[in-house]
Design a protein. Structure first.
Length: 251
């Protein structure tokens, strides 16, 4: 988060840091993680995919600070805020930020159907570009969880409604990281393919700049699934705020 909105090349992230636009302590997790935890908690408690329950939990976070590391919600995307207030997902073409992609990873660990993945995305982001990006991401994660190599998991990744095909060999200057959902998917996959460890992957994602917290969240889900919990640097885990919140939500 300390590097959110900063342009690529104007900074270098090498580890935990404080500050930034939201002026948070180092190791404070972002809105991305909070919404992912709300998703996990719903599945943990109900044992199924229930969009109404997830929406209720997202509102608990947005309005009361539940699922945050410090009990306060300090950052929320425009489409997410609007969707939670109105009770329906935003479905216009301009509402294709990464607000559903950043929280969809838990569904890869369930038997959720593609339509259920779409429905969970549509709680906040209901446009087909967002819903299909989430389906694609869950499929990639499931391949990794099933033991596929990075090359196998990322081959033939396409989002048909956007005419997107992942190219792992594009130069870094062509990797966009502004927060558009397809760009975030592409950037996260690029970071996984072009690095060799969990830390390298998430640091590469942050150092792309702009929507740093979300790119790193999505890339971190990929890297976590591939390298495993033991690959997360111990020094990061030791200082992580809100570990009890995280652990209480996992299923």
């Amino acid at each position: 988060m300390p590097y959110e909105f900063m342009h690529r090349g104007t900074f270098e992230c090498t580890g935990m840091a404080s500050g930034g636009a939201n002026k948070q302590h180092a190791s404070t997790f972002s809105d991305d993680t909070s919404m992912m935890l709300a998703t996990c908690d719903s599945i943990r408690e109900l044992g199924r995919i229930d969009c109404d329950d997830m929406r209720s939990r997202f509102r608990e976070w947005a309005y009361r600070g539940k699922y945050s590391s410090g009990g306060v919600m300090f950052d929320i995307g425009n489409a997410t805020s609007t969707a939670l207030a109105e009770g329906r997902g935003c479905d216009d073409i301009r509402s294709n930020g990464s607000g559903s992609l950043m929280r969809i990873a838990p569904l890869a660990f369930t038997d959720a159907t593609d339509d259920e993945v779409r429905a969970v995305s549509a709680i906040t982001h209901a446009h087909p570009i967002s819903t299909e990006s989430c389906v694609v991401f869950v499929h990639v994660l499931r391949k990794i969880i099933g033991g596929a190599s990075v090359a196998e998991a990322t081959s033939d990744v396409t989002v048909d409604v956007h005419d997107f095909s992942f190219d792992p060999g594009i130069p870094i200057d062509e990797v966009k990281s502004g927060g558009y959902v397809v760009d975030t998917l592409n950037a996260s996959l690029w970071c996984l393919v072009n690095t060799g460890s969990y830390a390298e992957c998430v640091l590469a994602a942050v150092n792309l700049g702009r929507d740093t917290d979300t790119t790193a969240c999505v890339a971190g889900a990929l890297a976590g699934a591939f390298y495993g919990y033991g690959a997360i640097p111990a020094e990061w885990l030791e200082v992580l705020r809100g570990k009890n919140v995280i652990e209480s939500c996992l299923f």
